[in-house]
Design a protein. Structure first.
Ligand SMILES: Cc1ncc(C[n+]2csc(CCOP(=O)(O)OP(=O)(O)O)c2C)c(N)n1
Ligand SMILES: [Mg+2]
Lengths: 160, 563
């Protein structure tokens, strides 16, 4: 099963390779990984999406907690969480297809961030499902470039 | 007053109570060596950096203190890796200081530069590259704290040369607190109560103990608990010595070369109390047939050990000493259980297995010395009071089986990594830490050649370590597998070209003895035990002797091959 982990770490050199090395050394999977500074100086937040059976996920969480530079690990999968990922997609666009592409952009509430004679670049934000869906919709026009940030996620305030 | 980085390092070591370090110099650490003579710390010059780490490790295992070593950058640092991995696998507190090229050159492929922090990341508990002399004292304090606390382990501190030369005000932190590292020492009382209640209902209880009992100094309380509540005890190889090997409740080691009684007891027990052990594959055999009838209580300070290999019913994350203390209290409060009566038939059954198939060996047709005989005699002559270190292979298994360990920290052996070449430098470290004690390395003819250069270290510092080579002219343990599972294809395991170990001992200024007949074993051992010098005893043993019982890799514990 897919799990999204919020991992708060000390922001020091090597911390990323400690985490990445843990996953590769023990044969765990990383599907996406996102790192950025938090509002607290010296602390970064990693969001890791991974998959595995219950016992593997339990090991991943425990092993992460065991790393000296890891401050806190939260598994968001058991909770109500907001999950977002941003993707930049550059598609091939001709005079005959541009209108159709823009309609899709509209439906998915994406933003066009760059245009040229034969290309359109858009910014898509959403959860995994939305990203899969828009990729499916755009594939037939020809996706020329594709860049995604990896998931970031947060527990919802109200857990019901 | 301002001190240089080198001075800060040595002052910090003093503050940590370090008296002895093991090391080998080089360009990147000359500044430290330049200060060393002014310090009260005694330095032992090894002949290979691997030896320095094993010596620090043996020092740590024999005392419980943190072992310390110091090496130069580049090849000095890479030579420590096997030693570090050995300490890591067995959770031994060691702090390794490595020299590094000046900070301005890091990343430039400078002379003798390696990224040792990168290399050792997966085999240290933690490591540091010190980029600013102002961080030095604090990082050293953390390094010692991390190495010794929680589940112990090696910590490496990489010291660029310019940081050793830079100056700053020295103040050693008195305490340390880390928001990201707070090992949990105390057990959850509810879990302990549950465990006590489960044990009170057990018909066939068994203690399965491991290295955690040694490192948390819980041997005494475990022994009291076992005797008071009449619980038979087996242990992993790492746990030997925690429970007296001459106690009637002792079943011997379990696992691949465990005793028949221990493996049968695991198979039949209904409650298994696992203390400071981690269900390693060499212990469990085929894991889904391990302890099939038992409900398992698992005490371990490391949460990752729990449910890693085996599903347990009552996990208790705690230091073993605290958990067993609490468990004894809780069990003491349970009334109406006549523990001894209740377990008497189980204890009888277990002892019956021991009589049915004790550890034994046959005297072979060649009339050659039996390696097991050597260990039996050594046990008798030393009354179980020696510190025994081992190399790896058959020698190690016979030493685990046929010498009985009465006390914690008298058995010192590379368990998790199985490092050939470990035993001798570890013996040097143990001897440095225990000057009056008899320290013996049980060696194989293969393993001893992996760190034989440390003979110079032992002789140089008058360390009367005894090396007993069980010389079978084979890489015996591998040969045993070839014999049993590979049609006797003895490829690359015959060691017929070997040095004359007696001459070799003499060449280093030590004493050498050759034993070829059984009747010479006792007289020579007596002579060696009494000798104040470093000694090698080369005992030509039965070449194709095997270690039994043996559970083939991947088989269940009950599928033992017996003598
Ligand atoms: C550094 C290292 N290399 C290889 C091995 C694999 N190995 C395990 S036991 C063994 C044989 C050891 O031979 P020896 O020291 O003569 O001991 P014996 O088994 O003959 O008692 C070998 C090669 C190892 N454990 N460590
Ligand atoms: Mg041999």
């Amino acid at each position: 099963m897919r799990h999204v982990l919020s991992v708060l770490v000390e922001n020091e050199p090597g911390v990323l390779s400690r985490v990445a090395g843990l996953f590769s050394g023990r044969g765990f999977n990383i599907d996406t990984l996102n790192v950025g500074p938090t509002l607290e100086k010296g602390v970064s937040l990693m969001t890791i999406s991974t998959h595995g059976d219950e016992q593997i996920i339990e090991q991943i969480i425990k092993q992460l907690r065991k790393l000296i530079t890891v401050i806190k690990v939260v598994d968001l999968s058991g909770t109500k969480a907001v999950e977002r990922e941003m993707v930049l997609i550059k598609v091939h666009a001709t005079d005959s297809s541009r209108a159709e592409i823009l309609r899709i952009v509209d439906i998915f509430r994406c933003k066009v961030v760059d245009v040229s004679i034969d290309e359109l670049t858009m910014e898509v934000t959403g959860d995994q499902g939305k990203i899969v869906a828009i990729v499916n919709m755009l594939q037939r026009f020809g996706i020329k470039e594709f860049a995604r940030t990896g998931t970031v996620a947060m527990k919802r305030s109200m857990q019901f | 007053m301002e001190l240089t980085g080198a001075q800060i390092l040595l002052e910090s070591l003093k503050q940590e109570g370090v008296q002895h370090i093991f090391g080998f110099p080089g360009g990147a650490v000359i500044d430290i060596y330049d200060e060393l003579p002014k310090s009260s710390i005694q330095h032992f010059l090894v002949r290979h950096e691997q030896g320095a780490v094993h010596a620090a490790d043996g020092y740590a295992r024999s005392t419980g203190k943190v072992g310390v070593c110091l090496v130069t950058s580049g090849p000095g640092a890479t030579n420590t890796v096997t030693g570090i991995a050995t300490a890591y696998m067995d959770s031994i507190p060691v702090v390794i200081f490595t020299g590094q090229v000046p900070t301005a050159l890091i990343g430039n492929d400078a002379f003798q530069e390696v990224d040792i922090v990168g290399i050792t990341r997966p085999c240290t508990k933690h490591n540091y590259l010190i980029k600013d002399v102002k961080e030095l004292a604090h990082s050293i304090k953390e390094a010692f704290y991390i190495a010794a606390s929680g589940r112990p382990g090696p910590v490496l501190v990489d010291l660029p040369k310019d940081v050793m030369q830079a100056r700053t005000e020295f103040e050693y932190p008195k305490t340390i607190s880390m928001r990201s590292y707070n090992p949990n020492y105390t057990p959850n009382r509810k879990q302990v109560k549950k465990a006590a209640s489960l044990l009170s209902k057990a018909e066939r209880p068994l203690i399965y103990s491991g290295g955690g009992v040694i490192s948390s100094e819980a041997g005494e309380i475990m022994t009291r608990l076992a005797r008071r509540f009449s619980l038979p005890v087996t242990s992993t190889m790492m746990g030997l010595g925690a429970f007296p090997g001459n106690d009637p409740l002792w079943l011997g080691m379990l696992g691949m070369h465990g005793t028949y009684a221990a493996n049968m007891a695991v198979n039949n027990s209904d409650v298994l109390l696992s203390v400071g052990a981690r269900f390693d594959d060499r212990v469990t055999g085929k894991v889904n047939t391990f302890a099939p009838r038992a409900r398992i209580i698992h005490i371990d300070i490391d949460p990752t050990s729990i449910r890693k290999n085996v599903n347990v019913h009552i996990p208790i994350v705690s230091d073993c000493l605290n958990a067993l203390t609490a468990l004894e209290e809780e069990m003491g409060e349970i009334t109406g259980v006549q523990w001894e009566d209740k377990h008497s038939s189980w204890v009888k059954t277990v002892k019956g297995w021991n009589q049915e198939h004790p550890l034994q060996y046959e005297t072979g047709p060649s009339g050659k010395v039996k390696p097991q005989y050597v260990l039996e005699k050594l046990y008798e002559l030393t009354k179980g009071e020696a510190i025994i270190t081992t190399e790896v292979g058959q020698n190690q298994m016979w030493a685990a089986q046929f010498y009985k360990y009465h006390r914690p920290r008298t058995w010192i052996s590379s368990g998790g990594l199985g490092t050939m070449g470990y035993g001798f430098p570890a013996a040097i470290g143990a001897q440095v830490a225990n000057p009056g004690k008899l320290v013996i390395d049980i060696a194989g003819d293969g393993s001893i050649q992996m760190n034989i250069q440390e003979m110079a270290t032992a002789v140089c510092y008058n360390l009367p370590v005894k090396i007993i080579i069980l010389n079978n002219s084979y890489l015996g343990m591998v040969r045993q597998w070839q014999e049993l599972f590979y049609n006797k294809n003895y490829c690359a395991t015959c060691l017929d070209t070997a040095p004359d170990f007696v001459k070799l001992a003499e060449a280093y200024g030590a004493e050498g003895y050759l034993v070829e007949k059984s009747e010479d074993v006792v007289p020579v051992l007596n002579k060696v035990i009494a000798s104040p010098k470093t000694c090698i005893v080369d005992i030509k043993v039965e070449p194709e002797e095997n270690v039994y019982p043996m559970v083939p890799a991947g088989a269940s514990l009950t599928e033992m091959l017996l003598v």
